[in-house]
Design a protein around this ligand. Structure first.
Ligand code: AMP
Length: 225
């Protein structure tokens, strides 16, 4: 099973991605994780990518595209869930060409739809519990709003992650994601148009990201075969 997943930061994409992984056992390929691994290992590619990543900019296509396409080819029968790529039109076109050339099917494209201001609040309102990071606490979401700095689930101490509070960095990432001319949404719509044209077997799934994690999971599971 080969799947692409799109969603802005703050949409719960990682959580839904894990669900897809659990269902199909495909390899989870996250472009950001691949870059961070290169940086950790001190490879040439990592050195080249680091400066762009530190500034919140996209790593140039000449570096990113061959790196990701090579990883997809290595996966074979197991299939993949690709997260974080494509992020612009050039990457989308090159991915489509590479899939055709390798005779690889694209089974699903999943798009999690969420308003930009809601996505930003989700990130900036997130509070981490000292006892368990998975305890849901968010000062901007009524259903999981803690009282003061105390975890709703266990009473542990809450704190905000520094990078969740960096409005400039969040805005930069969202500028790239919500750009429907040449950014990540343009890449998603490129595949959506292909699916609409009816010439491929790919199924395009749109999920309303404003619901709870569980309700989104249920909708997603209902649509995956
Ligand atoms: P992420 O963890 O997905 O937010 O990615 C972290 C950083 O890696 C991004 O801010 C970019 O600098 C770089 N990156 C990840 N995926 C891509 C991509 N498809 N194209 C270019 N740069 C990317």
């Amino acid at each position: 099973m080969n799947i692409l997943i799109f969603g802005p930061n703050g949409s719960g994409k990682g959580t839904q991605g894990d669900l897809i992984m659990a269902k199909y056992g495909a390899s989870h390929i996250e472009s950001g994780v691949v870059f961070r691994k290169h940086i950790g290992e001190g490879t040439d590619l990592g050195m080249q990518a680091k400066g762009y990543m530190d500034k919140g900019e996209l790593v140039p296509d000449e570096i990113t595209i061959p790196m990701i396409l090579a990883i997809l080819k290595e996966q074979g029968e197991k299939g993949w869930l690709l997260d974080g790529f494509p992020r612009n039109m050039e990457q989308a076109r090159k991915l489509k060409e590479a899939l055709e050339a390798a005779n690889m099917d694209l089974d699903y494209v999943v798009e999690i739809i969420l308003d930009r201001d809601v996505a930003r609040n989700r990130i900036m309102g997130r509070r981490l519990c000292a006892t368990n990071n998975n305890h849901p606490n968010n000062i901007f979401i009524d259903a999981i709003k803690p009282e003061g700095d105390i975890c709703r689930v266990c009473g542990g101490a809450l704190s905000a992650r520094a990078d969740d509070q960096n409005a400039e960095a969040i805005n930069k990432r969202h500028d790239i994601y919500y750009n429907a001319e040449d950014g990540t949404l343009a890449a998603a719509y490129y595949f959506k148009d292909i699916v609409k044209a009816g010439t491929s077997k790919t199924v395009y799934i749109e999920l309303d990201g404003s619901g709870t994690i569980d309700s989104i999971k249920e909708t997603l599971l209902g649509q995956l075969k």
